[in-house]
Design a protein around this ligand. Sequence first.
Ligand code: VGL
Ligand code: ZN
Length: 211
Amino acid sequence: MRPVHLAPHDALLIVDVQNDFLPGGSLAVPAGDEVVAVLNRYIALFTQSHLPVVATRDWHPATHCSFKPVGGIWPPHCIAESRGAEFPAELQLPSGTTIISKATETDKDAYSGFEGTDLAERLHAAGVTRLFIGGLATDYCVLNTVSDALQKQFEVMLLLDAIRAVEVRPGDGDAAIQEMRRQGAHPLTLSHLHSMARATSVFHSGRMPAQ
Ligand code: VGL
Ligand code: ZN
């Protein structure tokens, strides 16, 4: 993996890191809680570099069509305004985070943060061209968000250490990662990411800094 430096047109996109997708939640992703500390370190890098942070959230009505009691495939989860729909307290979202709510209509599901939202317009307005994407779940909302981002011509860096899969079928997580790479997403982990290159003017003052 090649080192990557943050640059002016980058943004961090955190997908559906919500209590219901963490252990103890109603649609718990195995080890989903492990992404939180890693994402906090990505958040720190983006914040230090004055780059935007965007967080999507699943934000369903109480009788959403994806819920088992009304014929869907998932246990009820991420009901708007409920505790399960909240971001975990440990996730250190900066105060300026853009929050995108999705799948808010009763009769329509949306795994992608771009589907039925103004996410693409918001990113274009902010001049964003490259997205660093992590969150939950690898094989559903991360996969669909990454696919849409690539289709919309964003460059995508997939944060391999900040995603976890539901794995309704064993192997779904790895298959999703392979598919995202096939579509053009670049894999990345924290140790290969560096904050924005600093202005070098201090080194051009006529003498070298003290050793
Ligand atoms: C998700 C299943 C149902 C996700 C959302 O965020 O990956 N998965 N709703
Ligand atoms: Zn959902």
